[in-house]
Design a protein around this ligand. Sequence first.
Ligand code: B12
Length: 150
Amino acid sequence: MNTLTVPSRQVLLTTVSSDSHTWNLVFLRLLLEEAGYQVHNLGPCVPDDLVLSSITALRPDALVVSTVNGHGRMDGARLIRRIRTEPSTRYIPAIIGGRLGIHGDAGKGISAELLDAGFDTVCDERTDPRTLPGLLLALGTRAELGKGAA
Ligand code: B12
């Protein structure tokens, strides 16, 4: 009998360095695992250095940053700028979402800033988390993109 082998996709799930909220990460981990992803969850308050070294060591297909404390706007921008600067991490597809600012609705300004800083996709409070697996699929992987896959 022929079996179709779907290559597993690995996601590195993290938050930003200032953010101690945990259940957002637990929720997204379960959601992505249900959708067939293998998830490495770095937990709360992750230093930028650890995100970068984890991308280099684990070589995930994509990065998901979840942050709800309102500092994602600044911490996320700083993090993705570093990721896009380092040759070993710069091509990883990256999504950020949650509650990104301190004034409720994230608004177009924050999304534009984070896209400009280097994220491929920015989700705000209005984004249904159930759309995340589809958003990741739409991004593809760096291997598929033929970038930085060596
Ligand atoms: C529990 C909690 C805490 C706990 C966290 C304990 C823990 N171990 O997790 C404690 C007490 C530590 C805490 C601290 C703080 N908190 Co708090 N906390 C909450 C609370 C009540 C619930 C969060 C929660 O667990 N939700 C359950 C999870 C499953 O849902 P979620 O976090 O909303 O995530 C969902 C979505 O955001 C979305 N999502 C998240 N990430 C992503 C990513 C992508 C890509 C996508 C698509 C979707 C997505 O999907 C998730 C599932 O639906 C919220 C208020 C609330 N009712 O939401 C405030 C809240 C998040 N906290 C807030 C604040 C301000 C703080 C503090 C700054 C308070 C203070 N002055 O000290 C500190 C920050 C600490 C820090 N360093 O980060 C604010 C953030 C305000 C903002 N962003 O504008 C909130 C919204 C409360 C409020 N209304 O003001 N908090």
